[in-house]
Design a protein around this ligand. Sequence first.
Ligand code: ZN
Length: 312
Amino acid sequence: MDRVLGIDIGGTSIKVGLFSTEGTLDAVTKIPTGEIVSEAAFAVVTNGLKALLRENGGEPDDVIAIGLDVPGPVDDDGEVGMLANIELDPDGLKAAILREFPRANLAFVNDANAAALGELWQGTAKGSKSFVLIAIGTGVGGGVVANGKLISGAFGAGGEIGHITVNRDETESCGCGRKGCLEQYASAKGIVNGYKAACEELGVTPVQLDGPTDTLSIFNAHRAGDKAAKVAIDKMCDYLGYAMAQISAVVDPQVYLIGGGVGGGFKLYSEDLRTAYRKYCLAPSASTRILPASLGNDAAMYGCAFQALSEH
Ligand SMILES: [Zn+2]
């Protein structure tokens, strides 16, 4: 039986999904890795993959496609660019995997792009021809699908929605070195910063926050009627809706999907976001739907598997 593997590469471990070619997730495992830059580390990965297959009645020759999602740019040819937050030798890992899985087609996919493909394969976007996934977590990532195809770009920067400039007057720098990026206002960190600023302005004491990305406490405060939380979330919706209106002027998608950790609070701010988007968008794009993504943290694992399978 032909099988597909989707590998979500994180900083300290990888999460692997074993899929059928139809997209059923049959099993998931987590393999602790650390830095993936040596033959010994590559062997930890390949042994883990083989163990997963064995436990599920398969063998390496069953695997026809293996997708790997990485937190960094990947261009249209599948070449991995600079990885800022992770120690990984993509060429070395690729060679090691292909030695053990000779039938497999292997593909690298940017993590946000992979999440978009996952939603296209088995999530909310199933059957959509064009949509944009906006993944809101520590940062803001994106994946753009047009005519059923992912737009990763000539230089791998396609879908870098978090770095659309939404405020030319900003004086603070974004992680990318520029100023006024969407990520500075609409990421988990951005929302927390916005909340603290609003508390100061309104002269109120902030609720207890569990770290610099704790949007859950802010959403809960908003539900309980906290005025500063409302200001922060309104601001996030305003900037995000503004950025989406610019995206619509370029790709005019059928649907926007909101995912990532902050996507979990979607119900709370969905109407405000729709209102902000309609305020700024061109009239023909006003009926674009804005929906929550549905695969959660597994989306990227689905999507990289799908990409590798599509190229097979
Ligand atoms: Zn930026």
